[in-house]
Design a protein around this ligand. Structure first.
Ligand SMILES: [Zn+2]
Length: 329
């Protein structure tokens, strides 16, 4: 099969090679990969986070069709369309038993500690698959982009009438945070200049420079119940400035930097909470396949497997408006 591979870190070392087709173990499934979302994690895998095995195949967010199943696979058959829950988990530790497989004591992220899915075929355990019947680009956006946002919204108690402010609203996770918060009954302020976010469920658009005034108006002065900051330091001061009494600020990305100053009195005097989240659970991914079945995906550009370097460059391009995708078959 064809796969995108590198032996040494660096975009310049990424190339398409012919490698041996994977065979499924007893509890595994081989997928024909159809589509993959391109995420910052893929970029960091290629440019330098330690990964194994080497030579390495990146690709964290995968949608495909079951091609071959191992002898003990019970719930899937060739032809099923599936998305891949991209955490390695043992199913036996305290976190897994609580249904928080993304925090497994003996786990990790597929495409970091295993091969990823930027290949014609991808072998994964049956327990990592969720059946879907969705548009390929949407399906390939659920395992990372949508799941990360959904988990953060649940973890911060988003529900009917809550005021949710999403920084980085037009980004991979942001466009799903807006849509899902709306579906969960919230009033949504999207911090972005992109008008299309109104069609995605944003009640108001704001910019960092006027977000305080917009949130004040939307919340009748009470400010935000939940703030989603997927950007890190660049949106930190603005994130804190709109957080209301007992508000929760969720963090899951640091593309604009990871060091900030915090006025501790601002946190305790308002009973605010800063909540770190990463990914989501298997159950949440399954819920998303239904809850988000009519979600929209803004696609900026779709590339082929051979163009994976261009795809990773596009991810960081100034003019990017929407997701970068790889169409694999
Ligand atoms: Zn575990």
């Amino acid at each position: 099969m064809k796969a995108v591979l590198f032996e040494k870190s660096g975009l310049e070392n990424l190339k398409v090679s012919e490698v041996k087709d994977p065979e499924p173990g007893p509890h595994e499934v081989v997928l024909r990969v159809i589509e993959s979302g391109v995420n910052p994690i893929d970029y960091f895998v290629v440019v330098g986070i330690p990964v194994k095995p080497v030579p390495h195949i990146p690709g964290a967010e995968v949608y495909g069709e079951v091609e071959k199943v191992g002898d003990h696979v019970k719930n899937f058959k060739p032809g099923d369309k599936v998305i891949v829950y991209n955490r390695v988990f043992d199913g036996t530790c305290d976190m897994c038993i609580r249904g928080e497989e993304m925090l497994c004591r003996n786990g990790g992220i597929m495409s970091l500690i295993t091969q990823g899915g930027w290949a014609e075929k991808f072998v994964v355990p049956e327990k990592n698959l969720v059946k879907v019947n969705l548009d390929p680009r949407l399906a390939a956006s659920l395992p990372v982009a949508a799941l990360t946002s959904y988990h953060a919204l649940k973890e911060t108690g988003v529900g009917l009438g809550k005021v949710v402010v999403v920084f980085g609203a037009s980004g991979n996770t942001g466009m799903f945070a807006v849509q899902l918060a709306k579906r969960m009954g919230a009033k949504v302020v999207a911090v972005s200049r992109k008008g299309w976010l109104r069609e995605y469920g944003a009640d108001e658009l704001a910019e960092i420079s006027n977000v305080r005034q917009v949130v004040e108006k939307v919340s009748n002065g009470r400010m935000a119940d939940v703030v989603i900051n997927s950007m890190g330091a660049g949106a930190w001061d603005a994130s804190l400035s709109v957080l209301g009494t007992k508000g929760k600020l969720a963090l899951f990305g640091t593309l604009t930097g990871n060091e900030v100053k915090v006025d501790l009195s601002r946190i305790y005097s308002s009973h605010a909470e800063i909540v770190g989240t990463t990914g989501g659970s298997r159950a949440e991914l399954m819920e998303l396949a239904g809850l988000c079945s009519d979600c929209k995906v803004k696609v900026y550009k779709e590339y082929s497997l051979e163009e994976s370097v261009e795809a990773l460059k596009a991810l960081n391009s100034q003019g990017r408006d929407g997701r970068v995708m790889l169409k694999i078959s």
